[in-house]
Design a protein around this ligand. Structure first.
Ligand code: DX5
Ligand code: ZN
Length: 233
């Protein structure tokens, strides 16, 4: 099952609740919430009060992507205001083990993210303790950037490694995903696709989300068919 995680960063904040509900209605199971501190990344986005407030609107899985230094300072607060999963950057902390323990300790799912220049191998030591690995396909900090094609090889490398080890950890990919490349992203091995501009900035949100859903369905059918053929061999 593939999952769409619309990124709130691209939403219209005047009508935020309405837009979130539209993504939920069309089948987006996750809501991707980018928290930026102006230090780890150049930009500043939003924080706890906003998450707390939209928690009343949405039943989606709140996928909080922390682009902040020393994420260990805020884990409890983010869980308390409604995060279901917390993804932190390996580059942003000296104590990844502690952050993982804290996130799990407060009952949330652990995601670990790496920037495009960080080798994929950097996440290997944590794969048995994380529920998700987030591969950035743009430099973190802003929405609306083009997908970096070298991300495909990074996704494939991680997919192969995870499958060889037989681990249940999911792969999420974030940045520059739209209807033109979503199939390539899931073909490379992604389970969860984050999309900001492609969901909120073009045409209608319902149409945009349904196009992602259709691409996922097509791929799921192909997977079922391929599995059937494998069984026959
Ligand atoms: C970038 C963020 C992304 C971003 C994706 O730092 O982590 O989640 O909002 O936006 P698009 O889909 O527009 O590239
Ligand atoms: Zn993000």
């Amino acid at each position: 099952m593939y999952i769409l995680a619309p990124s709130l960063l691209a939403a219209d904040f005047n009508i935020l609740g309405q837009q979130i509900l539209e993504t939920q209605k069309e089948g987006a199971e996750y809501l991707h919430i980018d928290v930026m501190d102006g230090i780890f990344v150049p930009s500043i986005s939003f924080g706890m009060p906003l998450i707390k407030s939209i928690r009343e609107t949405s039943k989606q899985f709140f996928d909080v992507h922390l682009m902040i230094v020393e994420p260990e300072r805020y884990i409890e607060e983010f869980v308390k205001c409604g995060a279901d999963g917390i993804t932190f950057h390996l580059e942003a902390t000296q104590c990844a083990d502690k952050v993982i323990e804290e996130i799990h300790g407060f009952g949330a799912k652990v995601g670990i993210s790496i920037k495009p220049e960080t080798p994929v191998e950097a996440v290997y030591p944590y794969l048995d303790r994380a529920e998700m690995i987030l591969i950035m396909s743009v430099d973190p900090g802003f929405g609306g950037q083009p997908f970096l094609p070298e991300a495909y090889e990074r996704i494939r490398q991680l997919r192969n490694h995870i499958d060889e080890k037989g681990l249940p950890v999911k792969i999420e990919v974030d940045g520059g995903i739209g209807k033109k490349n979503v199939r390539q992203v899931i073909d490379a091995g992604a389970d969860i696709c984050v999309a900001g501009s492609a969901v909120f900035k073009k045409r209608s949100i319902s149409d945009n989300v349904s196009q992602f859903m259709a691409a996922f369905k097509e791929k799921e059918e192909k997977n079922r068919c391929d599995n059937g053929k494998d069984r026959q061999k």
